[in-house]
Every structure is written in C-alpha cells, then in structure tokens.
Design a protein around this ligand. Structure first.
Ligand SMILES: [Zn+2]
Ligand SMILES: [Zn+2]
Length: 400
C-alpha cells in the first residue's frame, strides 16, 4: 500500500501550485450560501480538466459531484468513499471560515486517489468529490441527504481549518428561528393607549430567554438579536423581528430546549397583547458523530506527515460550533477533523487573512494527503470498512 500512498502524495505535491490558485480564486471572490456560482464553476472546470466525471448543479444549483471509478473484480460490494468540499463565505468578512481551504484539500485528496487508481488497477473502488453548498446557514448537506446523495456510501470525509487540531470534535445540533411580533401602531404621545407595542414583546422575549439561560444544560446555547425594532421613536412599533440560534448536544435535547424557548416567545406575546409568528429554518443541523475507525486511520496518516502537531492540539470540547456535516455523520461513517492553520479564531477578519495566506498552504496540503491516504486504505482493506460500518451502527443504536 506504501506505493499507492506515495503516488497520491506525489500527485498532490505536483499540483500544489494549481491547488493554491484554485483556493485563492475562491478566497478572492467570496460568495454567500447557495450563491456560490462562480466557485461552483471554477471547481467543476478544474476537476473536469483533470478527467473526473463531473455532474454540475447536482441536486442544488451550486452543488456538484465528481467521480472516479476503478471497477475491478471484487467478491464484495464496490467501496464508495466520499470527500466533501465546502466553498461558501460569510457576509462582509469573506472567507472567515476558510472554506476555500476545505475545497483545496478535498480536491487534492480526490486527485491523489485518482492518481493511485490510475497507476494501480488493484486499487478498486469509487471516489466522489462532493461539492456541498451553504454550510454557513442553509444546510446544503441536508438537501443532498434528502436527495439520496449518500446512498451506498461507505465513508464520508472532510477537514476544516481552525486555530487547533481536534481530530474528533464535538459539534452541537442547531436550529435557527425567525420570530415576528405583530402589534398596532399609534402616536406614542397623543394616544399610546391605542397602540400594541411589538418592541415590548421582543424585549420581554429577549429577557425571558436570558432568564431561561440560567437553567439550561451546560451543553445548551441560545443566542439572538433583534433585527427590526420599529421605525421611529414617536410611533408605537407595530412590527418587530428577532432571530435566534438554539443549540444542544443532541437533536433530542435540542427539541426540548426549543420548546422552552417557544414558551418564552409566546409568553411575551401574551403579556403585551401582540401576536407572534415563529418560523423555523427548514433544516436543523445534527451533532457530529465521529467514526472511531475512520478517525484512527486518518490520525495515523496525519501524524506521520506532521510529527509536531501535538503542539497545536485543542480540547475536544473546545469548539462549541455546529456543522451540517453532523447530518451526514448520522447517515454514513464520517469524520470532520479541525486542523491547525494559525492562531486566529474562525469568523474574524484575521482568519480571513489567514485563509488566503501562504502559511495555511502546507497544513492544508498535508490534510489533502492524509485524506487521500485514508481513502486508499479504506478501499484496500475490507475489514477496516466493515469496522467503520459496525462503529457507525453501534453509535446509532446508542444515540438514536
Ligand atoms: Zn463557519
Ligand atoms: Zn466553517
């Protein structure tokens, strides 16, 4: 298997300059969730040029699938491994989550596996690079799951840049909600008693939820903003809007917490005489279930490439964010390691600079290589794939 690993890593080194340019092109033209049209086009062009069988606009306008298959003779099912790319950015601060780097390493991993398959027909399997839009809100992966994109997939892999290395991170299940209070406008001085104050309802709700926060589980997170609070101080506000994000360690605990939040929202409507509309964003994100077998194979490869990586090791519980890769991890054996690219925190202007910097390149290409070798090993070793499947089933039995 060593020769296959060497071929994959050599290919990634040969294409390093092209990969860096692809990443930089995405980074310099940040596009928001579901609007990643240019990114979709440059990535699919890149993969098509390198011989992958590409389906553009796969399920979603800005999603894609790129495949390479070696159909050898197998006495068992053809292994199908997926590497996932993300390429959406954030409003105003651009690629502050470094999703351009996720694409770079995903494409690198796929190219490495393809090169190894071309050199050795004994490496039998199907490799798919899946382009998944809208991670920063929207949940592109949830739509791809619904459309059956993960049917028959034996493993799904991605890695995410961060200020630390965490190979099996805990991420939280999350739901997003938009709240609208409707009241009645009136002159605030001449006839305030004729008004119904929608801003008061929002303030009540905000305060109620802040009080609720004292009694929620340590894993719970509730955070919100008022997005519309009236038009002028001498008009009783008749319309007020809020946005909340609610997180918990599992989908079941998330539902319990959401019920309590809704209680606060309704109580505020009752207290003020307003009506309330509660609109859930269609797709909740599930918590991440790291597949132990996949994590251990990945770890072995990345540790060989980066012997000093312990210096940047993060606490497993350190990252209380969420990802729609969680949803994928409830469908098929999955990993989503965070990898160190520098000391800045995600979602800051400083991280945007880091994601476009030369310094992030070596770490990102190492991830591409580790992912590539993990894919190859999983395709070559039937028992590993079986072990990943049984890990997946036992976690499911424990947590569903
Ligand atoms: Zn992010
Ligand atoms: Zn991200």
């Amino acid at each position: 298997m060593e020769a296959l690993f060497e071929t994959a890593c050599r290919k990634i080194d040969e294409e390093a300059e092209e990969l860096r340019s692809l990443s930089h092109l995405i980074w310099s033209n940040p596009e928001l969730n579901f609007e990643e049209k240019d990114s979709h086009n440059v990535i699919t062009d890149f993969l098509e040029k390198r011989g992958f069988r590409v389906q553009r606009n796969y399920v979603l306008e800005t999603a894609f699938s790129a495949e390479w298959v070696n159909c050898g003779k197998l006495s068992w099912e053809l292994p199908h491994i997926m590497v996932l790319c993300e390429y959406d950015a954030l409003p105003e601060i651009g690629h502050a989550c470094g999703h351009n780097l996720i694409t770079e390493l995903g494409v690198a991993a796929g190219m490495g596996v393809k090169a190894a398959m071309e050199e050795n027909q004994g490496l039998v399997g199907k490799l798919t690079i899946l382009g998944t839009p809208a991670e920063e809100g929207g949940g592109g992966k949830a739509y791809l799951i619904e459309a059956g994109a993960f049917k028959g997939v034996h493993a799904a892999l991605m890695a995410h840049p961060a200020p630390f290395n965490i190979d099996d991170p805990t991420t939280l299940a999350v739901k997003f909600v938009e709240v609208t209070y409707h009241g009645k406008a009136a002159h605030s001085s001449v006839s305030p008693w004729q008004g119904i104050n929608a801003l008061d309802a929002a303030v009540h709700a905000y305060t109620g939820i802040s009080h609720l926060r004292q009694q929620i589980r340590p894993s719970g997170r509730v955070h919100g903003i008022i997005t519309k609070g009236g038009t002028k101080s001498n008009i009783v506000p008749d319309l007020c809007k809020m946005e909340y994000t609610i997180r918990e360690d599992t989908l079941a605990n998330l539902d319990l917490l959401c019920d309590k939040v809704v209680g606060c929202l309704q109580a505020a409507a009752l207290a003020t005489g307003c009506t309330v509309e509660v609109e859930w964003e269609a797709k909740p994100y599930a918590d991440m279930r790291n597949n132990e077998t996949l994590v251990s194979v990945y770890q072995r490869h990345i540790e060989r490439l980066e012997p000093g990586r312990q210096a940047h090791k993060g606490e497993k519980e350190a990252f209380k964010g969420s990802t729609d890769m969680g949803n994928v991890s409830h469908e098929v054996p999955s990993i989503h390691p965070f990898y160190y690219v520098g000391n800045e925190l995600n979602h800051t202007n400083e991280f945007t600079a880091l994601a476009g910097s030369e310094g992030a390149q070596l770490f990102t290409l190492n991830q591409g290589k580790a992912m590539s070798m993990t894919c190859i090993e999983m395709m070559m070793d039937k028992t590993l794939l079986q072990r990943a499947a049984s890990d997946f089933q036992s976690t499911k039995a424990r947590q569903d």
